[in-house]
Design a protein around this ligand. Structure first.
Ligand code: FAD
Length: 181
């Protein structure tokens, strides 16, 4: 619906790995951004999401703040509806930050890190082969009801090298959804 994988930016998505969830398989089919019919793909993606009864899609709505509960969890996310020029509040028991830069987590005071670290910080070394993304890297350690997925999930600079692609990051959203359910 937006971001790097949108038809507007046209970052190409393909990989040999298996999509673990049907929605990722379907979306992947419409992320082939080299297609000349890119506008049609955008429409198809939009239609698919709008048809999903468990999704209430709000485009052009920018999160800018949160309200917190006494225990430090998030009570509501505040956002600006740019078309209606009004502030909207999203209230939920669980929240998921997929803003790429972690804005909701930042507003909520979630612990974060950014930038490169020394090799010795995490004992990283060159390794080729399969890798796993642990569940603990997609939720905040100090904001109890916050998932953080996509390219702002928790990892080191070196650790981000392999998973920072569209198909893999899509799976993090699926994992958070399954965990929330
Ligand atoms: C130049 C370039 C080339 C790349 N090439 C490839 C490639 O060939 N293949 C590949 O698989 N990957 C590629 N990548 C990486 C891949 O595109 C990204 O890692 C991936 O798309 C990140 O997805 P995301 O959903 O986590 O974040 P994003 O795509 O950044 O999406 C974040 C979304 O959140 C929205 N947002 C931000 N702030 C707010 C807010 N406050 N309130 C509401 N919404 C907000 C943004 O508008 C955006 O829609 C490339 C990246 C770049 C930059």
């Amino acid at each position: 619906m937006g971001g790097n994988a949108s038809g507007e930016i046209r970052v190409y998505c393909d990989c040999a790995g298996e999509a673990k969830h049907p929605i990722v398989k379907v979306l992947r089919g419409w992320f082939m951004n080299r297609d000349a019919n890119i506008a049609l793909s955008d429409k198809n993606r939009m239609r698919m999401v709008e048809d999903e009864k468990n999704i209430d899609l709000r485009v052009l709505t920018r999160a800018f703040g949160v309200e917190k509960n006494a225990d430090g969890t998030i009570a509501a996310v505040k956002a600006l509806d740019l078309r209606g020029n009004r502030v909207v509040r999203f209230v939920s028991p669980l929240f998921c930050d997929a803003t790429g830069d972690g804005w909701v987590g930042y507003c909520a005071g979630a612990d974060w890190r950014m930038g490169r670290e020394e090799r010795k910080s995490w004992n990283t070394y060159d390794h080729v082969g399969r890798f796993w993304i642990p569940y603990r890297s997609i939720y905040s350690r100090n904001v109890g009801n916050l998932f953080v997925v996509g390219r702002c999930f928790s990892c080191s600079h070196v650790g981000l090298g392999a998973p920072r692609v569209i198909s893999t990051l899509s799976q993090l959203g699926v994992a958070a959804g399954e965990a929330a359910a």
